[in-house]
Design a protein around this ligand. Structure first.
Ligand SMILES: NC(=O)c1ccc[n+]([C@@H]2O[C@H](COP(=O)([O-])OP(=O)(O)OC[C@H]3O[C@@H](n4cnc5c(N)ncnc54)[C@H](O)[C@@H]3O)[C@@H](O)[C@H]2O)c1
Length: 260
């Protein structure tokens, strides 16, 4: 899919790696100028954008810090111009030490909620203020299939992601009258540097096979599958789409993919 985002400024959070990197590159390939955010170094993503002939500027900011987010959005608008597209993608989850809710540590709960839910709120609030004034703009929040259908042993992540998706709809109701569109994407299991080992390490083969048996398309997704969805939602082709959650999960949450 090729769309014309020439001259538009897009902020993508969590764009050093994984899905965020892919979204940043795809929006850039379609003409957008990219404010590349990450709490870690994301210069590599900026270089890749520049090597492909685009513009990418790095803003190193923790989206869980309200003051830092407000300063970052002000800096982007000052240095690059008003933000036309904001993709709130930065997210974290519990690592491999998964435990049930009755053993879930406070610090992990707060760490995940602060990044995955507070971060989306801080970024959405900061960018929507000027979008409402300009009467244009697009916000895309990256949730999760687990925000649509919950999973065991990930209580903070599922709570945060369900919050992100309902928040997305509530913001869409508020800003639609000002020409601002707000949508969510709910990825299923996507191959990234972080999840690749689950699918390709021989010792986790049983776990990977079990997961894949629930996915009608029979494989994990690619980061480009999420980037394509973001590109569509960012484009004028989606000009009548707001308050929507686009599930991109190979059919995982459509129903039961196994017989019994
Ligand atoms: N990969 C999947 O299977 C999958 C599935 C469902 C949802 N998601 C969601 O997609 C988004 C991207 O996931 P991913 O798999 O690419 O993850 P990833 O870990 O590969 O990349 C996330 C990026 O966010 C950055 N980040 C983390 N905390 C941050 C903070 N406080 N401020 C700014 N940046 C921060 C990280 O440094 C990293 O570069 C997340 O919101 C995640 O929950 C991913």
């Amino acid at each position: 899919m090729q769309v014309d985002l020439k001259g538009r400024v897009a902020m993508v959070t969590g764009a050093a790696a994984g899905i965020g990197r892919s979204i940043a590159l795809t929006l850039a390939q379609n003409g957008a100028r990219i404010a590349v955010n990450d709490v870690n170094n994301a210069q590599r993503t900026c270089e890749e954008i520049r090597e492909a002939g685009g513009e990418g500027r790095f803003y190193q900011t923790d989206v869980a810090s309200v003051a830092a987010v407000n300063s970052m959005v002000a800096a982007i608008e000052h240095e690059m111009g008003p933000i036309d597209i904001a993709v709130n993608n930065a997210g974290v989850n519990i690592g491999k030490n998964r435990v049930p809710t009755y053993e879930f540590p406070d610090e992990e709960w707060h760490r995940i909620i602060r990044v995955d839910l507070d971060g989306v709120f801080y970024c959405s609030r900061a960018v929507s203020a000027s979008m409402v004034k300009r009467q244009k703009g697009v916000i895309i929040n990256i949730g999760s299939a687990f925000g649509v259908v919950p999973a065991r042993l990930q209580c903070a992540f599922t709570a945060a992601k369900a919050g992100v998706l309902n928040f997305t709809k509530s913001l869409a109701l508020e800003v639609g009258a000002y020409g601002v569109r707000v949508n969510g994407i709910a990825p299923g299991s996507i191959l990234t540097e972080g999840t690749r080992s689950l699918f390709y390490n021989p010792e986790s083969k049983q776990k990977a096979d079990s997961l894949i048996s629930h996915i009608p398309l029979g494989r994990p997704g690619e980061t480009e599958d999420i980037a394509a969805a973001a590109l569509y939602l960012a484009s004028d082709d989606a000009k009548y789409v707001t308050g929507h959650v686009l599930v991109v999960d190979g059919g995982w949450t459509a129903g039961f993919a196994r017989d019994w």
